[in-house]
Design a protein around this ligand. Structure first.
Ligand SMILES: [Zn+2]
Ligand SMILES: [Zn+2]
Length: 208
């Protein structure tokens, strides 16, 4: 695993996509991600370069004697921080584990209304590249693509991907999706991670 990286200058000058305020970096429960927060407590993450699907599909079968006897929250922190575990941890599961460890309450989805580079308002500028992407652009011609709470630079000169914090409703939906024993997802889900998801107050009733 490699920790997320970003150029120093961009790092110091990022603006909050939700309110246009200045973003500063803060610690989070995910030691491999860079966390940014504004004065209104909107949080965005630069995730580390995720493991390949071929590796995450081995997660269910790895043995981790280190986690014997740990609490569910300590197990979640172990998966987030230990390099061997993290190397096989699906990116979306990493986000869910972080949200469970931090147990913040996020009532609504973040808006993407402002350009992270210059803080000017953005508006839709073209039909999305695919059905799931929205194109956004500011008056300084900084261009972005948005999908699933993640904002991607659509400029060749800037490499940046900002992942917004999931709302509680999205966390619940995703936990339910991971727990429904989908044969495509199961190889990615270690039983200890399943137990962490089940322990979340946001885990929908009836999930097993
Ligand atoms: Zn903000
Ligand atoms: Zn801009």
């Amino acid at each position: 695993m490699r920790t997320a990286s970003i150029t120093e200058q961009l790092y110091a000058e990022l603006q909050c996509p939700s309110c246009g305020d200045h973003l500063v970096s803060r610690k989070s429960a995910d030691p491999w991600a860079i966390c940014f927060v504004c004065s209104r407590d909107h949080r965005f993450f630069i995730m580390p370069q995720g493991p390949l699907a071929a590796f995450t599909a081995t997660a269910a079968s790895i043995t981790l004697p280190e986690i014997g006897g740990l609490s569910t929250l300590d197990i979640a922190s172990f998966w987030l921080s230990d390099p061997r575990a993290r190397w096989v941890l699906n990116d979306q599961l990493a986000i869910l584990l972080r949200s469970i460890v931090e147990s913040r309450r996020i009532s609504s989805e973040p808006h993407f209304s402002f350009c992270p580079i210059c803080g000017e308002a953005v508006e839709e500028y073209e039909r999305p590249l695919d059905l799931y992407m929205r194109g956004l652009r500011c008056q300084n011609d900084h261009r972005w693509a948005l999908r699933g709470g993640r904002l991607f630079s659509a400029m060749e000169t800037v490499r940046l991907e900002l992942q917004a914090e999931y709302s509680d409703a999205v966390v619940s939906q995703l936990i339910a999706a991971w727990l429904k024993r989908d044969p495509h997802l199961e190889p990615n889900l270690h039983d200890s991670v399943r137990q962490v998801l089940l322990s979340s107050p946001l885990c929908p009733q009836g999930a097993t």
